[in-house]
Design a protein. Structure first.
Ligand code: XIL
Length: 329
């Protein structure tokens, strides 16, 4: 089961994803992780394509720097991610043959898990395998990806089985987005996640936690009772929750900073209500400061004003929701 990083006051460890891009250029950014986090994890540096630009070329340099930095400062770190639809290098996607794809998957997980054995508490073994709308497609709940096209649904148990063998001490996480909100599409995503977890367990394959990316939309309502039922169903299966990529997507918000931050506080508070009965193993935000975030690139505010997705603003001042979060964890 998942090792919990030590934290003085007990409770749920808090952490954030860090980017090597700013490691040498922005000392106050780096210092904020030292000051505020129990967990510091590489945001992009362990993704397939960045780690492995060519089949025989593993570039661990950037990820190692971040993981070493975390551990040297008494933090825990986690791995993201072995299997994803995005960031696959061209040499990988060019593989046509099923057994060659299988070999590539196994060799990747074995080699990378081995490199980090004992240094990462857990791995996002598969990331975003559920179809955007699992009721929509002809192929069932799984997203149409390179891995699904080459190996079929068996790539999910294969990845977990391989990870369990390669690093028996690491927690194994199935990570996904849009599991928190109210509505049929989100109910279907939660149901699909439960099915995948049950299918893994039916095959005696270990899965320790469901990762909630928790890219929360400040204009959507968290389904507190619906999510609580999902958490209880997982608990009955012996599977924990972990919040892996929390931030607030505020592209539809109107008004000034005050309205924006109030909406963020509300949606984060609702998430904490939703996991109250089944506390997560950890809570990790996807970055720490509004200075650097994927949100304004992917989903800029419709009124052209700056996004405020993260717990600290661009000048490194904590938002009200950060204080609320730390008080409640
Ligand atoms: C994003 C990073 O934040 C960006 O820096 C990068 O350019 C693209 O990927 N879900 C995930 C993350 O699982 O890996 C994504 O991270 C955000 C959405």
């Amino acid at each position: 089961c998942l090792a919990r990083p030590a934290r003085a006051a007990g409770g749920v460890p808090f952490g954030a994803a860090i980017q090597s891009d700013y490691f040498d250029t922005d000392p106050s950014y780096v210092q904020a992780f030292v000051d505020h986090c129990d967990i510091v994890m590489p945001m992009n540096e362990l993704k397939f394509g960045l780690l492995r630009p060519a089949r025989d070329e593993f570039n661990f340099t950037h990820a190692d720097r971040l993981v070493d930095f975390a551990l040297a400062n008494g933090k825990a770190s986690r791995g993201h991610a072995f299997v994803w639809w995005s960031t696959n290098p061209p040499w990988l996607e060019a593989i046509e043959d099923e057994s060659e794809a299988e070999t590539a998957l196994i060799e990747h997980i074995e080699r990378v898990a081995d490199h980090y054995r004992g240094r990462l508490t857990d791995w996002d073994v598969v990331n975003e395998v559920i179809a955007h709308d699992p009721r929509g497609g002809p192929d069932g709940p799984l997203r149409d990806t390179f891995w699904l096209r080459r190996l079929g649904p068996r790539h999910v148990p294969l990845a977990f089985e391989t990870a369990a063998r390669a690093d028996p001490g690491a927690g194994l996480v199935i990570n996904d987005y849009d599991l928190e909100f109210a509505g049929d599409r989100y109910d279907a995503r939660r149901a699909a996640m439960l099915d995948i977890v049950r299918q893994l367990q039916d095959r005696n394959i270990r899965v320790d936690a469901v990762g909630l990316q928790a890219h929360l939309y400040s204009h959507l309502a968290v389904d507190v009772p619906g999510f609580a039922r999902f958490g209880e169903a997982l608990e009955a299966l012996g599977v924990r929750l972990i919040v892996t990529e929390l931030d607030v997507i505020d592209f539809q918000v109107r008004g000034g900073v005050e309205e924006q931050d109030a909406a963020a506080t509300r949606v984060v508070s609702d998430l904490l209500d939703a996991v109250e009965g089944t506390p997560p193993l950890a809570l990790v935000t996807w970055g720490l400061t509004d200075r650097y975030s994927w949100v304004p690139d992917a989903m800029p505010r419709q009124d052209g004003k700056p996004s405020r997705p993260l717990p600290f603003d661009a000048r490194m001042r904590p938002k009200p929701w950060y204080d609320m979060l730390r008080a409640r964890l």
